[in-house]
Design a protein around this ligand. Structure first.
Ligand code: HEC
Ligand code: HEC
Length: 507
């Protein structure tokens, strides 16, 4: 089945999800917005025009995170700084949020009541265990790795009508739920182990004589403690992404993101791009999904609550089930002691703590660009435009004017993403649809900070599952709507390809 045809079928299955979006404008209910004046809108339109000259950097280009951009540190802390424009009080809030992000949760009941409630099933004991140094996680090197910084989503394409399934966009495996838990508290078996084998996928010959070997993962879930997965259950492994600039992304007007969507490829450029409209349990209405590899999550607060619930097994007001992703078929974990307590407002983590972690997640600064004005980087920027990378990796946005978030308000930012879903072809597909996204569709990831990956994470692993070991490999995996850009890259003279990679390294 061609990806487009499959997209149609899955689109049809998900129609009931799409209806409310048609009935109601999507908007930004999570933001306290001062509407743009006509003059401002015209100014924004002008300043976000694509670059046409490549002999010098554009104005403000080095400060890719707007006014909150911070100095580019040369150590592993480069993603851990607060936005540079936080006031004194906000810096305090950030520090408290940081403590919660790093907190190692323990089994209930514990003397440290505020830190208990871990599990009963979980993947990691803290946010930081996956978002290592506020950067990305990694795929296991080979075989199994005991400390995983990734999650394996499980699901069934048909969406039973129930609020959580509606939000998560896929039905659960009847026994293993929405997520595979490779860890658990004492006395309750974990669901099993995750391992990966790296398979030689293909060798790509680039213009000018260079050959690049690509590897693809073959994932195995083994030692299954609760019997087999349902035959129709699909698995979707994804490595934890980096955490910088997220509050700015949350502050981009939904209308600006949606304006670039071209679901039927009306302009015939081979690139469609769909806005992912998802159901928000937080606001009880359809919203634009912005976060997660398939843009399933509308807000950072929701993302933090989901992570607490499914990844660590911690209940919060937004996801109050203390048993996390434990299903009714798993009786032991259903009856485990939980850490819900009155001191935390009745859940394992209080609404206030959830807000602190959300504030932290929103305010990790984007570092300044490196070498924006060198001839090689400028040439690479030109190649990026010429190969039409920028058709999905949109360089610029201007955030909303916000009443209560001055740090994110009316900033010119350079995330290099359109935050839309694109069909990237069968090579990257995992066949677990989520909401209106097919298993072949991925959200364009922001590229800012890319050049600091190795410095922060000690590795170079790119794409949703960490399969690419270099930026070149990441580009060569682009298929589907990204095929033409990939082919243009492969056909470039080596000196231009090197320049393009140097541009990416400068981000
Ligand atoms: C077990 C590993 C793991 C843990 C623990 C974890 N995360 Fe994540 N996080 C991920 C993965 C994987 C994704 C991508 C999720 C997806 O698309 O389904 C993600 C995505 C995110 C995103 C969205 C980023 C983006 O670019 O869209 C935020 C924000 C986030 N996590 C915050 C948190 C917070 C806060 C915590 C702790 C409460 C946490 N995470 C704990 C693995 C983890
Ligand atoms: C059709 C839209 C589209 C086009 C065109 C496109 N990309 Fe991408 N890009 C994506 C998507 C979607 C992903 C995420 C795929 C995944 O994780 O499986 C991605 C991932 C990447 C990554 C990995 C990022 C990370 O954090 O791991 C890099 C690097 C990248 N693209 C660079 C480029 C370059 C350079 C070009 C032009 C030669 C390009 N892209 C063209 C959509 C696009």
């Amino acid at each position: 089945m061609t990806p487009r045809f499959r997209k149609l079928i899955i689109g049809a299955l998900c129609l009931p999800l799409a209806w409310p979006a048609i009935a109601q404008p999507v908007g930004d209910p999570h933001l306290n917005v001062v509407p743009r004046t006509e003059v401002e809108a015209a100014r924004v339109a002008r300043i976000t025009q694509p670059a046409t000259r490549f002999d010098a950097p554009e104005r403000f280009e080095a400060n890719q995170g707007g006014a909150g951009t911070v100095r580019r540190r040369d150590d592993a802390q480069a993603f851990s700084l607060p936005q540079g424009n936080l006031d004194f009080e906000q810096q305090g809030t950030f520090a408290v949020g940081n403590g919660l992000f790093e907190r190692l949760w323990v089994t209930a009941p514990a003397s440290t009541i505020a830190s208990d409630g871990l599990g009963p099933m979980f993947n990691a004991r803290s946010c930081q265990d996956c978002h290592i140094k506020d950067g990305r996680g990694h795929a296991p090197a080979h075989g199994d790795d005991t400390a995983l910084s990734l999650v394996v989503r499980l699901g069934q394409p048909r969406v039973p009508v129930d609020d959580l399934n509606r939000y998560l966009g896929a039905g659960p495996d009847p026994v293993y739920g929405h997520q595979f838990s490779d860890a658990s508290i004492a006395g309750i078996p974990a669901e099993g182990r995750v391992s990966v084998d790296w398979i030689d996928a293909q060798v790509v010959a680039l213009a000018g004589g260079q050959n690049v070997a690509l590897r693809r993962p073959e994932w195995t879930l083994s030692d299954l403690a609760y019997g087999d997965l349902a035959e129709t259950t699909a698995i979707s492994p994804r490595v934890a992404p980096q955490m910088i600039g997220l509050g700015l992304i949350e502050a981009i007007p939904a209308a600006d993101i949606m304006a670039a969507a071209d679901p039927d490829d009306a302009d015939g450029d081979g690139i469609s791009g769909r806005a992912h409209i998802v159901w928000s349990p937080e606001y009880d209405r359809p919203m634009l999904g912005r976060f997660g590899v398939r843009a399933t999550t509308p807000t950072l607060r929701q993302q933090a609550a989901d992570a607490f619930n499914a990844d660590i097994g911690i209940a919060s007001p937004l996801r109050p089930d203390a048993a996390g992703d434990c299903t009714d078929a798993q009786t032991l974990c259903r009856t485990a002691l939980d850490g819900n307590d009155a001191g935390q407002g009745g859940t394992e983590v209080s609404g206030e703590s959830l807000d602190l972690v959300t504030f932290y997640s929103a305010n990790l600064a984007v570092p300044k660009r490196a070498g924006v004005d060198t001839p090689e980087v400028l040439r690479g920027k030109e190649m990026f435009a010429q190969a039409r990378c920028a058709a999905c990796h949109t360089p610029k946005f201007v955030t909303h004017r916000l009443v209560d978030r001055p740090e994110d308000s009316f900033q010119l930012i350079w995330p290099y993403s359109d935050f839309l879903l694109h069909d990237m072809g069968p090579g990257l597909a995992d066949d677990l649809p989520a909401g209106q996204a097919t298993g072949a569709e991925w959200r364009t990831p922001p590229l800012w900070g890319l050049g600091l990956t190795e410095q922060v994470s000690g590795h170079r692993q790119f794409l949703h599952d960490g399969r690419a070991r270099t930026l070149t490999e990441a580009i060569l995996w682009h298929g589907g709507e990204g095929q033409a850009a990939r082919d243009a890259f492969a056909a470039m003279p080596p000196v231009d390809r090197d320049a393009l990679v140097a541009f990416l390294e400068s981000l």
